[in-house]
Design a protein around this ligand. Sequence first.
Ligand SMILES: [Fe+2]
Length: 257
Amino acid sequence: MFSRFFKRGQSEKERYNDLPIPENANWSFLGTDIHSHFVPGIDDGAKTIDDSLVMLRAMEAMGYKSIVTTPHIMIDFYPNTPTSIQNGLLKIQEAADKNNIKLNIRAAAEYYIDEYFVTLVGKEKLLTVHNNEVLVEFSMLYEPPRLSNTLFNMISEGYKPIIAHPERYAFMHNQMERYRELRDRGCRLQLNMMSITGYYGRNVMNVALALLEKGLYDYCGTDMHHEKHAEVIKSMLQTRAYTTLVNYPFLNSKLCF
Ligand SMILES: [Fe+2]
C-alpha cells in the first residue's frame, strides 16, 4: 500500500523531503481530471471562453486526456441547472474543437450540500462524474446539520458521493476518524492536488499528506478555477509533490472515455 513508500518514525515533512525530485514529469498517469471549473461565466471559475481555452490548453499540455468539468451548483451564489451546464459544455467543446484541443470533455457538477441540495436528492436526477458517482462539497468551517442524512439519502437513491477536497474541511481536522467513517459508509474521497503544496495552508497540507499515507483517497482532482491554478499545478511537476502523487493508486486513470 502507499504507506510502504515512507520510512517508519519520520514526520510527514521529513518523509516528504526524502522523496526524489522528478525529471520530465507529466500528469498523464492520471488520465482524467474529475474536478474543475472550465465552463465560462457560470461560477467562480473561467469568466470568458478565452479563460476556458487557456486552462484546457494547459491541461492538455500537462498530459491529461479527458476531463469532467464540474461547475458549482450552490443555490445562493451559483444557481446552475443541468441545462445551464449542458449549454456551457457545448460552448467549450466547440471552442476546443476550433482550437485543435484534443481533450475529451464532459461535464457534471460540484454540488454544495445546502437546503436546496437536500430537496434535490430523490427528486431530480443528479449529474454524475462517472457511473453513479456525484461530486459534493460543503461548508469548510462547520458541519452542515444534515450532512450524514444527506449522504445516506444519496446512497439510498443509488448514488456514490465523492467528497471534494476532504482535507479542506477545518471542522474535521481534529477528527481524523471521520474520514475513514465517510469512506466506510460508501463515500469516495477526492484530493485537491494543490493541497499537498501548502496552497490552502499548512493544516490542509498536513491533513492531505496524512490521508494519502493512510490510503484514504480515491481520486485526485485539480479543482482548477483560473490560470494561476494551472501554473501551480504545472510547477508541481518539478517537485516532490509529483513524486508523492505518481506513487498513489488513484482511480482517475480508470475513467478514460
Ligand atoms: Fe471546486
